[in-house]
Design a protein around this ligand. Structure first.
Ligand code: ZN
Length: 101
């Protein structure tokens, strides 16, 4: 059963809803792609796993071992490079790739 008042309360209790965070991450990803710090849509391999306590390529926050980590490896010349992302940051990077040309 749904109560409208409860919905209102929830909005006020979350000053930064997750879609806002996602938007910020995408903007950051777009900027880093333009600066060449992150790859744009290039051929790459990706795999997920547990965090390796290394900083995320997008947000610089350490990906803890109890979090999901996405690793990508770009196949582009001159050499392969690896990047790690949080689940959300990987998502944001992919969206940013689609917007940056
Ligand atoms: Zn991150």
């Amino acid at each position: 059963m749904r109560i409208d008042n409860a919905r209102h309360w929830k909005l006020e209790a979350q000053p930064m809803p997750s879609d806002r965070i996602q938007q910020d991450l995408e903007q950051r990803a777009q900027q880093q792609i333009r600066e060449g710090r992150l790859p744009a849509a290039t051929p790459y391999r990706t795999w997920g796993g547990h965090g390796s306590n290394e900083p995320c390529a997008l947000c610089d926050v350490v990906i803890r071992s109890d979090e999901v980590e996405y690793e990508i490896e770009t196949m582009e010349a001159p050499g392969r490079r690896q990047y790690r992302f949080h689940f959300l940051c990987h998502d944001a990077w992919q969206n940013a790739c689609a917007q940056v040309t």
